[in-house]
Design a protein. Structure first.
Length: 172
């Protein structure tokens, strides 16, 4: 699988709660290349949390910062990169990812996503009157775009190691 990647990055895309960071970290270990999470990198360079960034600057500014951070990470790879759920929706970011990486859409059903995201209060986009409905709407809007990723892997409630192994096999 590592040979398939060459000097390209392996980029995880998909909705919040799909397990992009957890699976990405495991896949990076399996391939022996560094792992980075774009949200963590954004928080590191801005010295703010994602909710604080949304609150202080709004979503458009967050998206601009996200695009810059991902561009830099893609240029300094190869690595396994997990991206925030909205990153691949941005035309510029998606074009960069498709050109400089092998993209994996970690696809999950609404119930799986909801079980995971409802445990934490860290997603500004879900601070709505009906967050489960919002998540369902995002799923409808975004799935056709995530489907442009090079590879699709179904994320279930199984052992993370199994999903990670399935991802590596899907690359071969
Ligand atoms: C977002 C997903 C989040 C984070 C921000 C916006 C989105 O990342 O970037 O809250 O637009 O789907 P995760 O997918 O890692 O939760």
């Amino acid at each position: 699988a590592r040979r398939v990647l060459g000097h390209r990055n392996l980029v995880f895309v998909g909705l919040m709660g799909a397990g992009k960071s957890a699976i990405g970290r495991l896949v990076a270990q399996m391939l022996g290349i560094p792992f980075v999470d774009s949200d963590h990198e954004i928080e590191r360079v801005s010295r703010m949390t994602i909710p604080e960034l949304f609150e202080a600057y709004g979503e458009p500014e967050f998206r601009a910062l996200e695009a810059r951070v991902i561009k830099r990470l893609l240029k300094t790879g190869p690595r396994v990169l997990s991206t925030g759920g909205g990153a691949f929706m941005n035309d510029t970011t998606r074009a960069m990812v498709l050109a400089n990486g092998l993209s994996v859409w970690l696809k999950a059903d609404l119930e799986v996503l909801w079980t995971r995201v409802s445990k934490r209060d860290s997603r500004p986009l879900l601070k709505t009157a009906n967050p489960k409905q919002t998540l369902s709407d995002l799923l409808d809007q975004r799935y056709p775009v995530y489907a442009k990723a090079d590879v699709t892997v179904q994320s279930r409630d199984d052992d993370k190691d199994i999903i990670a192994a399935e991802t590596v096999m899907a690359l071969a």
